[in-house]
Ligand binder design. Structure first.
Ligand code: CA
Length: 128
């Protein structure tokens, strides 16, 4: 595959992700962005709605360094979380794994962080 074609395909794939995120904003119940297996994903809205941010690796020291697929900053924004890994995830309200800690078991989803009074407040996270 030549480089030009490869780049075109990458651009097309990225466009597909952006389109999917846009659809999710319109109809979160039907078209939420899918979190891959063995990944942790944070969502802007409850019920896996809005745009998605897939956690890179096993820890994020500062959410403010990352963005959702739609470009919005990930800090103090997550409203639902899916943990598709086999490890417990701990999320924190401050940078550097400080502040209030909240544990999300392996292979589980928190559909409404507001229920736990933790809406729009996560700033760091790590897998146990
Ligand atoms: Ca939110």
């Amino acid at each position: 595959m030549d480089m030009h074609l490869r780049r075109t395909l990458q651009t097309a794939l990225l466009g597909g992700v952006l389109v999917a995120a846009g659809i999710a904003t319109e109809a979160p119940a039907q078209a939420a962005a899918v979190c891959p297996s063995n990944a942790v994903c944070f969502y802007q809205n409850s019920n896996l709605g809005g745009s998605m941010f897939k956690m890179p690796g096993s820890a994020v020291q500062r959410f403010s360094a990352y963005r959702y697929y739609n470009g919005a900053n990930a800090n103090d924004s997550a409203s639902s979380v899916r943990n598709n890994t086999s490890r417990a995830l701990t999320v924190f309200t401050n940078d550097n794994y400080k502040g209030v800690a909240f544990s999300i078991p392996a292979h589980s989803t928190i559909y409404d962080l507001g229920y736990w009074s933790l809406n729009d407040c996560f700033s760091s996270a790590k897998l146990g």
